[in-house]
Each structure stands twice: as structure tokens, then as C-alpha cells.
Design a protein around this ligand. Structure first.
Ligand SMILES: Nc1ncnc2c1ncn2[C@@H]1O[C@H](COP(=O)(O)OP(=O)(O)OP(=O)(O)O)[C@@H](O)[C@H]1O
Ligand SMILES: [Mg+2]
Length: 328
């Protein structure tokens, strides 16, 4: 239902142009969860906000059911605003502090549902679905806990019957015990409403619980995609391997915590990205060509793609053409 092609997001800043998202191709099917993972500053929120048209698209297409919305404006965007909703990391600042719960949750309904009593019934039902007690309906955001606020943000996102939710770090601000509850709620809602999720997180452990497919982002580019099982069990890109090393994993064979190389150094500045593969200054497996040639995202098995020179084999398959990828 969502297809992103060649997406670039640029920011002008004093030091020049920040290329926050560079040539991203991604797709999310109906009812599917795509997990987008990468460390802080790699461009996840820029991509999420571009999909919601909250950030300008410099280049590329964002197709919803085949229609490119990347350059639509004003009223032409309205039908897509209903299909796509977003939940932000920090509900303390994404919910209007002047409105109580009822007003916050019913806000998106005010344009479509003129009948106040019908809106109130809908708000009561939404609050129930996200596990908010009816007694909280007159509370203001600062009178709620972080978990309750996040549930309210989810209720608000559901109000107009969306088909896809963009969830940008929806549990990152919550305690670990609350994270599981909110993630479980999201799983239940997805099944009930056949929702598609673009689930953004810096935490590959959280993505692991939620995603059918995973896309790994590094300095604005997708470096690896595949099913959750493939990418997490056998990460192909050295960066994915490093991300996974930060999560304690038990090897199914030895039942020991597996030892993997850990990524060192800082994320380079997107104002002045490294030449060649952007990961090369931190890559334990760096080779000469990595310093000057940018690796393309290439098919590396069924439903799997990786942008790494080490994986450029002679394996040319019809899959490449199907997926619109550059054959190795
Ligand atoms: N409005 C802006 N103006 C200029 N630069 C920006 C702006 N928003 C983001 N950036 C820069 O773009 C890059 C990507 O930022 P983005 O917020 O998309 O990353 P992120 O992956 O969501 O990070 P985090 O995990 O910390 O939320 C960063 O270098 C950031 O400093
Ligand atoms: Mg972010």
C-alpha cells in the first residue's frame, strides 16, 4: 500500500546541505509491519515525516495505493491524511497541552463527524480499545502518565480509520515494563484493523518483536532489507551485525551468548559524509574499494537485499529485475 522510491530529504543548515535521506526505496504491504532501524541521527524520523508530508521531499516518489503524494498540496492531500496517521516518540509534546483527552482524541473527527454525541461515543470506544479508563476523559496531557499519553496518541491516530500507522519510536520514552504493554496493544490493534505499520526504532530488540520485514538505515541510506527472521538470524551487512551485537543474543546451537564484533566510533556528520561506503570508517571488514565506491542495494537471496561490496557476487537473478534493483 505504501511504496517509497528514490526518496531524498535535504535540510539547509549554516554549514551546507544535510542529506538526511538518500535514495531510499521501501515498500509496506497491507497489514504488514516494516521495521526501520538505525542509530540516532541516521534519518529515520526524516523518512517517517516525509511519508506523512510533514517534511519536504527533495526528490523521489511516495505512492499510496499507486498515487504519488510526494508533491500533492492542501486539499489534495486530505484523503491520504486519513489513510496515514503517525504516532510520535514524545507524546508529552505531540499532544496539545490545552486540550483534554476527549478533545485530543476527537480532534481528527471534527471535520468528518459533525454530530457531537456520535463523536463522544466514538471517543469512548477508542479509549476502551487502547486500554484507557473512561474516567480519564477530562484529563489534560500533563495529568496522565507517559504510558497513558502514548495510548491517547494511538487512539487519536486510530480515530479516522487509517490503513497505515507511521510509528516513530512509539515506546522509546517508556519504561521497559510499559514498553511491552504498548507493543502488545499495537499488535492487537494491527490484527483487529488489518493495519500496516512503518515501525521506526533505534532498538533492534524492539523491532525484532514487531516487524515482518526489517530495513536497516545508515547515514540516510538503506544498507540491508529482508524478512525479520533472515536479517536477525544472519545479518549480511557489517553494520547490521554491529547493531545486533549490542543486543544480547543466545546462540541456538551452543546456548551461549554469541560474540559478534561491536561497532566503534561515532556516526559521521551527514553534512560531510565519508566517500564510498558511508560505513567504511567504522567497518571491521573494510577493503580498498569501500573507500571510494558507493555500494548499491543489491539482491542477496530471496526477499533480501544488501548494500555492501563484500556481498557483490556474480549472482544475477531475475529477482533483481522484479525488485528494480541493480544486479550484482
Ligand atoms: N529540521 C532540521 N534541520 C536540519 N537538520 C536536521 C533537521 N532535522 C533533522 N536534521 C538532521 O538530519 C539528520 C537525520 O535526523 P533524524 O531526526 O531524521 O534522525 P533519526 O534517525 O530519527 O534520529 P533519532 O534516533 O535521534 O530520532 C541528523 O543529522 C539531524 O541532525
Ligand atoms: Mg528520530
Amino acid at each position: 500500500m505504501l511504496e517509497i522510491q528514490g526518496l531524498d530529504v535535504d535540510y539547509r543548515s549554516h554549514g551546507g546541505t544535510v542529506r538526511a535521506v538518500r535514495g531510499v526505496d521501501l515498500a509496506v504491504g497491507r497489514g504488514e509491519t516494516l521495521g526501520l532501524v538505525g542509530e540516532s541521527g541516521c534519518g529515520k524520523s526524516s523518512l517517517a515525516r516525509a511519508v506523512m508530508r510533514l517534511t519536504d521531499v527533495a526528490r523521489g516518489a511516495i505512492r499510496i495505493d499507486g498515487i504519488d503524494i510526494a508533491r500533492l498540496k492542501g486539499r489534495a492531500l486530505l484523503p491520504y491524511r486519513r489513510k496515514l496517521q503517525m504516532v510520535f516518540q514524545d507524546s508529552a509534546s505531540s499532544l496539545d497541552p490545552r486540550f483534554d483527552m476527549t478533545r485530543i482524541i476527537e480532534e481528527p473527527l471534527r471535520t468528518t463527524q459533525a454530530n457531537g454525541a456520535a463523536r463522544a461515543r466514538r471517543v469512548a470506544s477508542l479509549m476502551d480499545q487502547v486500554g484507557l479508563a473512561a474516567s480519564l476523559k477530562d484529563r489534560y496531557p500533563h495529568e496522565l502518565s507517559g504510558g497513558q499519553r502514548q495510548r491517547a496518541a494511538i487512539a487519536r491516530a486510530l480515530a479516522c480509520g487509517p490503513e497505515l500507522l507511521v510509528l516513530d519510536e512509539p515506546v522509546s520514552a517508556l519504561d521497559v515494563s510499559l514498553q511491552a504493554q504498548v507493543l502488545n496493544l499495537l499488535v492487537d490493534l494491527q490484527q483487529e484493523y488489518k493495519l500496516a505499520y512503518l515501525f521506526v526504532s533505534h532498538d533492534i530488540g524492539v523491532v525484532q518483536h514487531m516487524a515482518d520485514r526489517v530495513a536497516v538505515m545508515y547515514l540516510g541510506r538503506i544498507v540491508e532489507t529482508g524478512t525479520h527472521a533472515d536479517v536477525l538470524a544472519a545479518p549480511a551487512h557489517p553494520y547490521t551485525q554491529a547493531l545486533l551485537a549490542a543486543v544480547p543474543v543466545i546462540s541456538p546451537r551452543t546456548h551461549r551468548i554469541a560474540n559478534r564484533p561491536v561497532v566503534t566510533g561515532e556516526l559521521p556528520s551527514p553534512l560531510n559524509p565519508p566517500t564510498g561506503c558511508a560505513f567504511h570508517p567504522r567497518c571491521p571488514l573494510v577493503q580498498a574499494r569501500c573507500r571510494h565506491a558507493v555500494p548499491q542495494l543489491r539482491v542477496a537471496g530471496e526477499g533480501r537485499a544488501v548494500a555492501c561490496h563484500l556481498h557483490e557476487t556474480s549472482q544475477v537473478s531475475s529477482l533483481c529485475l522484479q525488485e528494480g534493483l541493480v544486479p550484482a
